[in-house]
Design a protein around this ligand. Structure first.
Ligand SMILES: [Cu+2]
Length: 68
C-alpha cells in the first residue's frame, strides 16, 4: 500500500473535494482519497494496478492538475 500527498492548487470548495474523491476512487487499486479545500492537498492511498502516473493523469484530465 502506498500513500501519496499531492498539492492541487485548483481545489477551492467542497464541490471540488467531492469531484476529486468521486473520480479518483474509481481507479482500480485506489483504496482511499482525501481531498482538502483548506490545505489544497489530495491524499491517495493505493495499490497496484493504480500508479502515481495514472492518478496524476486523471487529476489533470478533470482539471485538478498536481502542482509541479
Ligand atoms: Cu470547488
Amino acid at each position: 500500500m502506498t500513500t501519496v500527498t499531492y498539492s492541487v492548487p485548483n481545489i477551492s470548495c467542497g464541490h471540488c473535494v467531492h469531484t476529486i474523491q468521486t473520480e479518483v476512487v474509481e481507479l482500480e487499486g485506489v483504496k482511499e482519497v482525501r481531498a482538502n479545500a483548506e490545505t489544497k492537498n489530495v491524499v491517495v492511498i493505493f495499490d497496484a494496478p493504480a500508479s502515481e502516473d495514472q492518478i496524476k493523469a486523471l487529476l489533470a484530465e478533470i482539471n485538478y492538475p498536481v502542482a509541479a
